[in-house]
Design a protein around this ligand. Structure first.
Ligand code: CP3
Length: 367
């Protein structure tokens, strides 16, 4: 008979994360991602570096444009650290943007002030031809440099998160040429000529794997895939264009770096989030603002660590309203594993004092 392991009352580590391949970590975010018990959940906020902070606006003005800032490693590292100094988050997310990938592939990208991203739209295979991964790493080298600077500069208990956009979301911007309310141009291509659209998605899968691989080599300890527009697709198309590409990326990275956890954020996916949680190589699911805490605690948290989901506008409101919402979410996800976060990115109108109050409340929480 095989020797039986020591039985403890701790949450068992799931089969996808064999304990033997995990170097021990004292970092709270890593522990939550491994489903280890904690006295309070780790927390960080999507878009925690940004325009709501005066010091960000100052550094951004010194850098020039938003893209200049993204490609300036010293300043990108500086703005990544700014919210860590102020609020004591358990994680820092690399300062960059999901659209640096199309830019590095050769698609012209600008950020028009107050308007968001503008790209030269790609609507067919002909327009896709000039894009090439040949200079990818050369063009993205400043991003890798930002990661390695952060890896040296961060306090020992803060986890460094690297990220990329999920192929579907990045494709929506590449095809539309800008943000859109219905992702119409990308859907139109995907529905009319799925085999052609697949060529774009496959390219994005391949380059995203290599981009994230380099981030890990430079010091990223956790990865997140942002699928902001996952929720705009019908179920079969969600599986093909949102879930499958994320699965391929997560599996490739898990094979290379079994100890690096992957968080997927399929915004708007509702109950389909559970299908993402069923992917072995994905360790945590980001929940958007609209997700029911009760449902997610039952259907998602039982499978994988959850992350979310305070409405960013609650942080603009602040006061008792925000406090009540934070309590509802922290109680709803109970003993974890949970990572407290927003349901989408922090907005520029957010008073920094409200983020301070949020932070004090989460730090004082005992489940
Ligand atoms: O979270 C962080 O602090 C890390 C940095 C980060 C940025 N963008 C910086 C940014 C991350 C993780 C992103 C992801 C991103 N970028 C997403 C996915 C998440 C989401 O918010 O849905 C998307 C869709 C983008 C593309 C993008 N970048 C848009 C549509 C815009 C314009 C909207 C806006 O807020 O201005 C951006 C610009 C952007 N990316 C800013 C920042 C701080 C604001 C630019 C500025 O300083 O002027």
């Amino acid at each position: 008979m095989a020797e039986s392991p020591v039985v403890t009352d701790q949450t068992p580590i799931p089969k996808t994360q064999p304990a033997t391949s995990q170097p021990a970590s004292s970092k709270r975010l890593i522990k939550a991602l491994r489903r280890e018990p904690l006295d309070r959940p780790p927390f960080w906020l999507m878009r925690q570096a940004g325009r709501y902070l005066p010091e960000y606006r100052q550094t951004r003005a010194e850098a020039g444009s938003f893209l200049d800032l993204c490609f300036d490693s010293a300043r990108s590292a500086e703005v990544t650290l700014q919210p860590i100094r102020r609020f004591g988050f358990d994680a820092a997310i690399l300062f960059a943007d999901i659209l640096l990938i199309p830019s590095a592939l050769g698609q012209k990208l600008t950020f028009a002030e107050g308007e968001g991203p503008v790209l030269a739209p790609i609507r067919d295979l002909e327009a896709l031809k000039p894009l090439s991964a040949e200079h990818l790493h050369e063009r993205l080298a400043p991003v890798y440099d930002t990661v390695s600077r952060l890896s040296k500069a961060l306090p020992g208990d803060v986890t460094l998160i690297g990220f990329a956009g999920a192929p579907w979301t990045v494709a929506t911007y590449m095809v539309q040429g800008r943000g859109s309310s219905d992702q119409g141009a990308a859907k139109s291509w995907a529905y009319h000529k799925p085999d052609e659209f697949q060529v774009l998605i496959d390219l994005l899968v391949d380059v995203t794997i290599e981009y994230l691989d380099r981030q890990v080599q430079a010091g990223a300890e956790v990865l997140q895939l942002f699928d902001t527009w996952a929720g705009s697709l019908p179920e079969p198309q969600f599986h093909r264009w949102s879930l499958q590409p994320m699965k391929r990326i997560a599996e490739a990275l898990k094979a290379r770096y079994p100890h690096v956890p992957m968080i997927a954020f399929p915004r708007g996916a509702g109950p389909l989030s559970r299908d993402v949680a069923l992917v072995d190589a994905i360790d945590a699911i980001g929940l958007d603002t609209s997700m029911s805490v009760g449902w997610a605690a039952r259907e998602v948290q039982s499978l994988k660590t959850t992350q979310g989901n305070l409405d960013p506008l609650m942080v603009v409101a602040g006061g008792k309203t925000m406090e009540g919402e934070i309590t509802r979410i922290l109680s709803g996800f109970g003993q974890g594993p949970h990572i407290f976060n927003l349901g989408h990115g922090i907005v520029p109108e957010t008073p920094p004092e409200h983020v301070g109050a949020l932070s004090r409340q989460v730090l004082a929480w005992r489940g």
